[in-house]
Design a protein around this ligand. Structure first.
Ligand SMILES: *[C@@H]1O[C@H](CO)[C@@H](O)[C@H](O)[C@H]1NC(C)=O
Ligand SMILES: *[C@@H]1O[C@H](CO)[C@@H](O)[C@H](O)[C@H]1NC(C)=O
Ligand SMILES: *[C@@H]1O[C@H](CO)[C@@H](O)[C@H](O)[C@H]1NC(C)=O
Ligand SMILES: *[C@@H]1O[C@H](CO)[C@@H](O)[C@H](O)[C@H]1NC(C)=O
Ligand SMILES: *[C@@H]1O[C@H](CO)[C@@H](O)[C@H](O)[C@H]1NC(C)=O
Ligand SMILES: *[C@@H]1O[C@H](CO)[C@@H](O)[C@H](O)[C@H]1NC(C)=O
Ligand SMILES: *[C@@H]1O[C@H](CO)[C@@H](O)[C@H](O)[C@H]1NC(C)=O
Length: 664
């Protein structure tokens, strides 16, 4: 009670003082408004220095400037500024920073914090300040650094903070009790172009990921950890040049964007149970996941498969193995290794994300032929529990024997990237049959989307084609930069690119040539030649390398830009040489006419939207001399630097369906 009375008297006293002073200075505001509010109910030692009988220079935690910008220097004790007590009454002296971290403050933040016209930094972290953040904070027209972290603040963050957007460099409210959703700037497309630190971690914020942050291109350190945020993490986030990101311990869900470029680890995302994708656990696609189920009949609609799989079934020992989810690094079941070594039963190797599968699941799956290739057959197989997998069965004799394939398979099983369809398992039967187990994706191939007109086909505008090309490039770049041994895709073509409803592209068939005997691998090469994807210098599949992949990518990118099928066409056997088509157009100065009409639709300037750059890039990739082709990393970089400006063209599922019949 005594404390309260004293506090009351101070307020009355100071109010009467203000009444006398006509022009209230920043120092007056500090004394009369800020001090009583942040000090709380007990006297604070540091704030004792805020007293008109103490020189302004000695007021702890405060820095001052004159209106002309020159600082009130407080180092030279002999200077009049130091000892002249009247300076606190000088209206040309302004508060520039208020920094009292760990000062044992226990009051609240007063609205008058917004009344300092020159206040740039406000650091009040690690105190016991409670109550709400006043909305007036957004009126502090010079505020650029705010740190209110580790206090007891409650309520929501006022949207007015984004009034400060233009000069804000750092905003931290980490470790409070703040709730509600993270407020959006009132101005659309605010970009807060100086904001580097955005730390709203360890509070009670709920709602979705604050998507507007992805427009703040200068943000380097984003911390939203330890809240109750939910929903998906937007892909655009991966385009920021983040140095630090912490989204841990929220309730985010869905697939993580590809943060590969930023080299972010698991610790940035942990504690979000429904989040998947590298660097977290891989996502399980299809309904129900790949869990084991009741035993059903083996119904495979292909004679070959029945023969092979039946023989597999006979060889299958009754010991049903279940992978343990926790043993993520342990891709081998040692016992099955032994079995293989014993030479009798065949071997099942499971990779990350395939741990649920048992041989029984695979053998009891109901299969349907999706595609026949030169080296085997691809099945869509339904598991008894409703999940679906894709099985790739190598034709007998197509695989190399001996120890060669095993390291290659193990390497392929470790590859995880959002643009690459993951290998979940591998089975070798006792007669040498080989079966690769992949996620099944019910998607169209890029080849179908580009070249097979059908009703309801989505418009492939430039934004979408760019997204597809970039995803493909990233997938290939990931293979080429594989840490152990770089991997060559070896069979890059539009038929090996799957596209989902959101125009996310994923590659199949990568690295498989390594498993094949040379004669079969060279059949792939012959097909690549016929279809125009073969690099001119490549004569034997075993010599394929990252540069020959880049060539194939160049052709694929031309195919995407021109909408034309490369290579042999129809039974008459004409050959479409896409690079030659472009060269002719350039010579005849009809370059703009080579593009598919859908590409240029809605584009304001083909130059500024990166269309022309993409064409140049594709031509560079198709350079006849391998050494002058760019690396895949360079390709990714260039595609990223030359993006279509109208990104909204990407995300309009309604337009996808209805825009179909619109003639251009
Ligand atoms: C300012 O300091 C003087 C002398 O130290 C003290 O008597 C006075 O009470 C202080 N005033 C306030 C408002 O704390
Ligand atoms: C003390 O400061 C006031 C306000 O800035 C100024 O008007 C006055 O001239 C100063 N006095 C001396 C002795 O410097
Ligand atoms: C912090 O403030 C409390 C009152 O709020 C006081 O009891 C305590 O002594 C202060 N601690 C320090 C280190 O000043
Ligand atoms: C940020 O916004 C301002 C004003 O809205 C604009 O002038 C500026 O070009 C924008 N910067 C970027 C990088 O978009
Ligand atoms: C992320 O935040 C969580 C909880 O706030 C913390 O435990 C973890 O150490 C942080 N991780 C990183 C990488 O900063
Ligand atoms: C988190 O948010 C959900 C709604 O999204 C709510 O039901 C739940 O109570 C919140 N949890 C906490 C701890 O605030
Ligand atoms: C997490 O989010 C899901 C919806 O995505 C919701 O159903 C669930 O209740 C949330 N969990 C918590 C603990 O808030």
């Amino acid at each position: 009670m005594a404390v309260f009375v004293k506090f009351f008297l101070t307020v009355v006293l100071t109010i009467s003082v203000t009444a006398v002073v006509t022009d209230s200075t920043d120092a007056d505001l500090i004394l009369n408004r800020i001090k009583p509010s942040i000090e709380g109910n007990s006297q604070n030692l540091l704030l004792k220095s805020w007293n008109t009988s103490v020189p302004l220079c000695q007021w702890r935690g405060l820095k001052w400037v004159y209106t002309n910008g020159s600082p009130l220097t407080c180092t030279d004790i002999s200077s009049p500024q130091w000892s002249n007590l009247s300076i606190s009454k000088d209206p040309s002296v302004h508060l520039v920073s208020l920094q009292l971290p760990s000062a044992n403050l226990s009051g609240t933040l007063p609205p008058e914090l917004g009344e300092f016209s020159s206040l740039q930094s406000l650091y009040l972290s690690v105190n016991s300040i409670s109550g709400q953040i006043p909305l007036e904070i957004g009126y502090g027209s010079s505020l650029s650094d705010i740190d209110l972290g580790n206090n007891l603040l409650t309520g929501s963050v006022p949207a007015s903070v984004w009034n400060l957007c233009e000069r804000l460099v750092s905003i931290r409210v980490h470790g409070n009790l703040l709730s509600g959703s993270i407020p959006e700037p009132a101005v659309p497309n605010a970009n807060c172009s100086s904001l580097v630190n955005f730390d709203f971690g360890q509070n009670r914020f709920s709602g979705n990921f604050p998507e507007f942050v992805t427009d703040f291109k200068s943000v380097k350190d984003l911390d939203l950890s330890g809240n109750n945020l939910s929903g998906e993490i937007p892909n655009e986030l991966s385009r920021l040049n983040l140095v630090k990101l912490n989204l841990s311990y929220n309730n985010f869900s869905g697939v993580l964007p590809d943060f590969n470029r930023l080299k972010l680890g698991e610790e940035s995302f942990e504690g979000n149970l429904n989040l998947c994708g590298a660097p977290l656990k891989p996502c399980k696609r299809g309904s129900g996941g790949l869990t084991s189920g009741a035993v059903a009949g083996l119904v495979i609609s292909s004679i070959t498969a029945i023969v092979v799989l039946a023989s597999v079934a006979i060889g299958y020992s009754q010991r049903k193995k279940k992978g343990n989810l926790d043993e993520e690094d342990d891709e081998f079941d040692p016992e099955e290794e032994d079995e293989a070594a014993g030479g009798g039963e065949g071997r099942l190797i499971l990779f990350e994300g395939g741990e649920h599968l048992t041989l029984e699941d695979v053998l009891n799956a109901t299969g349907q032929v999706m595609e026949k290739t030169s080296y085997g057959t691809i099945y869509k197989a339904k598991l008894a529990d409703g999940g679906t997998i894709a099985l790739r069965l190598f034709r007998e004799g197509s695989c190399s024997e001996g120890g060669l394939w095993l390291p290659a398979i193990k390497q392929l099983g470790r590859i995880r990237h959002e643009s690459l369809i993951p290998l979940r398992g591998f089975y070798q039967g006792k007669r040498g049959e080989k079966l690769l187990i992949y996620d099944y994706l019910p998607n169209k191939t890029l080849h179908e989307m580009l070249h097979e007109p059908r009703p309801g086909k989505p418009v492939l505008n430039w934004a979408r084609r760019h997204k597809i090309a970039l995803a493909i490039a990233k997938g290939i770049a990931h293979l080429h930069s594989n840490t152990e041994t770089p991997i060559t895709h070896g069979n890059l073509r539009s038929k090996n690119v799957l596209i989902d409803d959101f125009f996310i592209a994923r590659l199949t068939d990568f690295g498989l040539y390594k498993l094949m005997i040379p004669a079969v691998a060279d059949e792939i090469l012959a097909a690549a030649k016929a279809d125009g994807y073969k690099a001119p210098e490549l004569q034997k599949m075993k010599h394929c390398n990252s540069r020959t992949d880049v060539y194939a990518f160049g052709i694929l990118l031309l195919e995407i830009l021109l909408g034309k099928k490369p290579g042999k066409t129809g039974s008459r056997g004409g050959f479409v040489d896409l690079p030659a088509v472009v060269k002719v157009a350039v010579l005849e100065e009809t370059t703009m006419e080579v593009f598919d009409v859908e590409v240029l639709k809605g584009i304001r300037s083909p130059m500024e939207d990166g269309v022309v750059q993409a064409l140049k890039l594709a031509m560079g990739c198709c350079a006849p001399v391998a050494s002058v082709r760019p690396s895949m990393e360079e390709v990714v970089k260039q595609l990223e630097e030359n993006r279509p400006r109208n990104r909204s063209a990407l995300y309009s599922p309604a337009e996808t369906r209805s825009g179909v019949d619109t003639p251009f």
